[in-house]
Design a protein around this ligand. Structure first.
Ligand SMILES: [Zn+2]
Length: 238
């Protein structure tokens, strides 16, 4: 397996909510994409692990990913421990992704910022020869960071206007997380599906507006962007 892009996140649904449109757009361009959920999301308030696995598989299919898997890190306890880093490094060696998308390194949920650190260190370790791992040493070429929720200063925005409706369908696959059962309907749901839907719409419109399109997804890279043709730079200035 040789992936062009691998998105790594703490829980199933994190990728759909942050970079699902971009993954779909790249798959439509013929790139091989994948999603690695560090945990199976078993601590979610709703839905059994089996339900969540089914939802994740369906959402991945809608986003046309070539591969989706998990390394079984315990949910709500994502830590950049040696054991998890080695497990991730082993997957990186097998999947050989050119580009890796990680969660932004600041977040409200500890699993999210730990996923960022674990993701980076797993990618680094995958390139070290002397580790007890199978396969050839390998490191991704590029690491990008994504988020929809935090005040991240993005390096660039991807136009996902043509992918937005499909990304929305993929997000709605996670019905167990956002649709309360009948018995729970009178309770306050942390993020009900309609609320989530309008929030995601607002965020994608906000980032789209920044580059003059309808919907966008923001990314950050730690390196400076190299430009060779300043005549063909996109996004109108005046
Ligand atoms: Zn999450």
């Amino acid at each position: 397996m040789k992936l062009d892009i691998l998105a790594i996140a703490a829980h199933p649904d994190d990728v759909e909510l942050t970079c699902g449109g971009t993954l779909l757009k790249m798959a439509q361009r013929g790139y091989k994409t994948g999603i690695l959920d560090l945990t199976a999301g078993e601590m979610g308030t709703r839905g059994t692990p089996e339900t969540r696995a089914k939802e994740a598989a369906r959402a991945g299919k809608i986003l046309r990913v070539s591969w989706r898997g998990s390394i079984g890190v315990p949910d709500s306890d994502v830590q950049p421990s040696r054991q998890h880093k080695l497990a991730l490094a082993q997957e990186i060696r097998e999947l050989r992704p050119h580009t890796v998308i990680l969660p932004y390194w600041e977040a409200r949920h500890p699993d999210h910022y730990h996923a960022s650190e674990l993701g980076y260190e797993g990618c680094f370790l995958a390139g070290l020869k002397q580790l007890p791992l199978d396969g050839e040493p390998f490191r991704p070429f590029k690491i990008l960071y994504c988020t929809s929720f935090e005040g991240m200063p993005p390096s660039f925005v991807v136009d996902i206007s043509a992918q937005y409706a499909t990304r929305r369908r993929a997000i709605l696959c996670y019905g167990s997380q956002f649709r309360p059962a009948k018995s729970e309907r009178k309770q306050r749901v942390y993020l009900a599906i309609d609320e989530l839907d309008s929030k995601m719409d607002l965020l994608a419109r906000h980032w789209g507006d920044k580059i003059g399109v309808k919907y966008g997804e923001p990314f950050l890279q730690k390196e400076l962007q190299q430009v060779d043709d300043v005549v063909k730079l996109p996004v109108r200035s005046i």
